[in-house]
Design a protein around this ligand. Structure first.
Ligand SMILES: NC(=O)c1ccc[n+]([C@@H]2O[C@H](COP(=O)([O-])OP(=O)(O)OC[C@H]3O[C@@H](n4cnc5c(N)ncnc54)[C@H](O)[C@@H]3O)[C@@H](O)[C@H]2O)c1
Length: 474
């Protein structure tokens, strides 16, 4: 769309919004979509890079059985794979201290009452009763259930970050070897068709030899406020530093594409904005306490949750359209607090540079202050260049001046319709099922062995940020 058309449509939207009374939120969302980052350039006639996209249905002769430990957002995501492909995976148990979620999962998978637990420790008091456990508890509750599950002979689908320290990550690796079990880390981007195609283009030498990567993770301002200022990952000590909690996928993708060890890392980052000294003088503790800045503050909880209806999963609402119920939640939970008056300590912007074996370099930027989320990547090679916006990428060949695009709408592939992270969530579940059924970790790309290095890169980045020194990686 050119500028003139855009302004015309914007005008039509404005009139339409006021006439129809759809409100500013609809309009804002449409404007956000219209002003989303510049797409990699290319013409509709550019030839497609036609790398095959695998079906999501696991190839297995029998369904594997699994227990969900932590039936929140992520546990439910993997449960949905089982619901979509019931002859590949069956959820036979659940543990969640949140009774609403435990019951919701019990009902969704028809789990017998004796296999429903509160604390995860109770699962392990029983004899082993499934092939695998899916560990989707908060970051600080990954290590203990994972070590116990491996000891009891379960294979494990383990949410990222694997554990809170480098030492614990390595202990999980050792435990998996000791008991000869599979641990798949939920580095879901490795399974997303977009990133698979991008890596394949590099591996096939389509841009010559790899020289460097620029990768960005825009968090999106409201997502930052929700998760890393008010919410679950606001305290690096109680969870993990944001470079792991938010960006371990990105370090992993960079390492996976480079396909060589990272030798050195340097990181900078600060908590610049979400600090008490930046609160307007007359701002109360909660947005619902009659804050005089509510109408203009981009981080207003009333705006994010009540008007825009974003990030509502944390509230366990029976009806997500019930504005009175949402209002009550923001009056009474941490999610209604003024963003300048929270007990948060995660940086809101973070930059790292990495040196890989053979002289390849990469830079990674994570930033809270963007209107959109997702990923943006540029890859520089000796004979070509790739630029992608997380959904579509263009590959430029220098000598021929040819352009190729990868632009598959995977949601149109039916099966992928409900798979988050560009299809990666359910593609990981598929590969996990196949690996467990065949007892073959090589069917996964994010085994604990493969994923441990990107975790180490994350811990070293944080060490560099805190010490303000470059850190070598063994
Ligand atoms: N792979 C990804 O892309 C991705 C995305 C988001 C989050 N994560 C990770 O997934 C994990 C879960 O995140 P989430 O967003 O689903 O969180 P969540 O809070 O929605 O779910 C965690 C669940 O664990 C339950 N729980 C807490 N203590 C428990 C205990 N002792 N025993 C049993 N259950 C217990 C909670 O009640 C909650 O329902 C985190 O480690 C997070 O970092 C990964």
């Amino acid at each position: 769309m050119n500028r003139k058309e855009f302004l015309k449509r914007l005008g039509m939207l404005t009139v339409g919004a006021s006439l129809l009374g759809t409100g500013i939120d609809n309009l804002t969302q449409k404007v956000e979509a219209a002003t989303a980052p510049t797409k990699p350039k290319g013409n509709p006639t550019d030839p497609e890079l036609d790398f095959p996209v695998r079906s999501l249905k696991a190839k297995t002769e029998r369904p594997i059985t699994a227990i969900i430990i932590g039936a929140g957002s992520r546990g439910t995501t993997y449960g949905k794979y089982a619901s979509q492909f019931p002859d590949t995976m069956k959820i036979v148990g659940v543990a969640d201290t949140n009774i609403f979620r435990q019951k919701r999962t019990q009902k969704a998978h028809n789990i017998p009452a004796e296999n429903c637990f509160g604390d995860f420790a109770d699962v392990f008091k029983r004899e082993k009763f499934a092939d695998a456990v899916i560990i989707a508890t908060p970051d600080f509750l990954h290590f203990e259930p994972c070590m116990k599950a491996l000891e009891m002979g379960y294979d494990v689908l383990l949410e990222k970050p694997a554990a809170q320290t480098e030492k614990e990550c390595k202990a999980i690796l050792a435990q998996a070897k000791k008991y000869n079990r599979i641990v798949a880390i939920c580095h879901v981007l490795r399974y997303a068709p977009y990133f698979i195609a991008m890596r394949e283009a590099v591996r096939r030498g389509m841009i010559g030899d790899l020289v460097s990567i620029q990768h960005m993770e825009p968090i999106q301002y409201a997502h930052m406020a929700h998760s890393y200022v008010r919410g679950k990952w606001r305290d690096a000590q109680k969870t993990t530093p944001i470079i792991l909690a938010k960006s371990c996928h990105d370090l992993d993708i960079i390492r996976w594409i480079v396909d060589r060890p990272c030798k050195q890392i340097s990181a900078e980052g600060t908590l610049l904005h979400f600090r008490p000294e930046n609160a307007p003088a007359d701002a109360p503790a909660r947005c619902t306490d009659g804050c005089p800045h509510e109408a203009t503050c981009p981080y207003s909880a009333i705006d994010i949750y009540v008007r825009r209806k974003r990030h509502l999963g944390v509230f366990d609402l029976a009806d997500r359209k019930d504005e009175a119920a949402i209002m009550e939640k923001i009056r009474t939970t941490e999610y209604g607090r003024c963003v300048y008056k929270c007990d948060n300590n995660q940086p809101d912007h973070y930059v790292t540079t990495m040196l890989f074996e053979g002289g390849i370099t990469a830079s990674f930027t994570m930033d809270a202050f963007t209107p959109w989320g997702g990923r943006r990547t540029r890859i520089m090679g000796t004979k070509g260049f790739i630029e992608g916006d997380g959904k579509r990428f263009t590959l430029y060949e220098f000598r021929s001046s040819k352009r190729y695009v990868w632009n598959k709408d995977i949601k149109e592939l039916g099966e992928y319709k409900h798979a988050g992270h560009g299809g990666g969530d359910h593609a990981l579940a598929r590969d996990f099922v196949e690996a467990v059924a065949a007892h073959n970790p090589d069917l996964l790309s994010s085994t604990i062995d493969a994923s441990i290095e990107s975790h180490v890169i994350g811990f070293k980045a944080e060490k560099s940020r805190l010490s303000m020194k470059k850190v070598e990686i063994d």
